[in-house]
Write a protein that binds this ligand. Structure first.
Ligand code: MN
Length: 313
């Protein structure tokens, strides 16, 4: 989806991996027409986890009419979008003419590369519930001009681990690889622990990792985790031992090789310079580069105002 709470100035995002740690970063809550959205990445204290550069957790929401998610066509550059639902449905349409109706268990993976436009909306036939995750992966300088693409994955690998299992969304975990196309070493997994059990996740010690509790309860390093808080774990951990509580825990595990490049994020763009952002914004405004999302029944999103340089406060 679109960055629904954009800032006027671009945000420089520096890769700053640390030694093993447990750093709690509560989500910043926004309410968009009744849909609660918690921004977990980027935050001022932590902007990248490997190549993961954006994470919104939205819902849960119960509704009886309308479309709680209706994000009109908007552009992206320099990233991949990873859309994952815990409850409900979304339909993706893009400027390549591809459609992706998705529900729980179905991964929508869009590679923006040099430029794509898409829309995401709640379909007319729905269960009246919505809870999901919107993630972005930043592309390195060497791959960020790649051709735009969209893929849907309906049979993701399940990795059995001590005390639970993980649905592997992106990258590698425990010797298993997701079919989702990646451009750098990473992991993204939806992990479920059995109630009252020790849950052990094998990690790549070269990666930096983060964890988000989505449902239920569990403890890590003796600390009870809060829902919709990003726990930054640093680099160098070989495994993660979590203790599930009576209500089985569901968690999102993110990790990757430290990104190593500084990126500039603004609205739905991952860039390197303000000139590049201004060019992409102008191309969207003028109807160039990104193409049209013909399947969407309505006007596209206008780019918000862009302030090339921060005004000192
Ligand atoms: Mn989007």
């Amino acid at each position: 989806m679109s960055n629904l709470v954009p800032t006027a100035a671009a945000e420089p995002c520096v890769s700053e991996p640390t030694a093993p740690t447990l750093e709690a970063l509560p989500g910043r809550l926004t309410d968009l027409g009744g849909l609660p959205i918690r921004r977990l990445l980027p935050r001022s204290r932590r902007r990248l986890v490997g190549s993961w550069c954006f994470l919104d957790s939205y819902g849960p929401l119960t509704f009886s009419s309308g479309k709680p998610m209706d994000v009109a066509p908007h552009p992206h550059i320099g990233l991949q979008t990873v859309s994952w639902l815990l409850e409900g449905e979304l339909v993706h349409n893009d400027s390549l003419g591809l459609a992706g109706p998705a529900g729980p268990g179905v991964l929508n993976l869009m590679t923006a590369g040099r430029g794509i436009a898409h829309s995401e909306e709640t379909p007319a036939r729905n269960v009246g519930r919505l809870r999901g995750l919107q993630l972005w992966v930043a592309l390195h300088g060497a791959s960020r001009e790649t051709s735009p693409a969209f893929a849907q994955h309906r049979a993701l690998p399940i990795v059995e681990v001590e005390g639970g299992r993980a649905t592997l969304l992106m990258g590698d975990l425990g010797g298993v690889r997701s079919p989702g196309r990646t451009f750098s070493p990473m992991v993204g997994a939806d992990v479920s622990g059995e109630p009252d059990h020790r849950l052990v996740l094998p990690l790549d010690s070269d990666f930096e990792h983060a964890l988000v509790l989505l449902q239920g309860g569990c403890r890590l390093d003796g600390q009870a985790l809060s829902i919709d808080t990003l726990y930054y774990l640093g680099c160098g951990r070989r495994d993660l031992v979590l203790v599930s509580e009576r209500e089985a825990a569901r968690l999102l595990l993110l990790g990757g090789a430290p990104f190593g490049e500084t990126i500039l994020m603004w609205w739905n763009f991952v860039a390197r310079t303000t000139e590049e952002i201004m060019a992409a914004r102008e191309d969207w405004r003028a109807g160039r580069r990104f193409g049209e999302v013909r399947a969407y029944g309505g006007p596209r999103l206008d780019a918000p105002p862009f302030v090339p340089h921060r005004v000192p406060s």
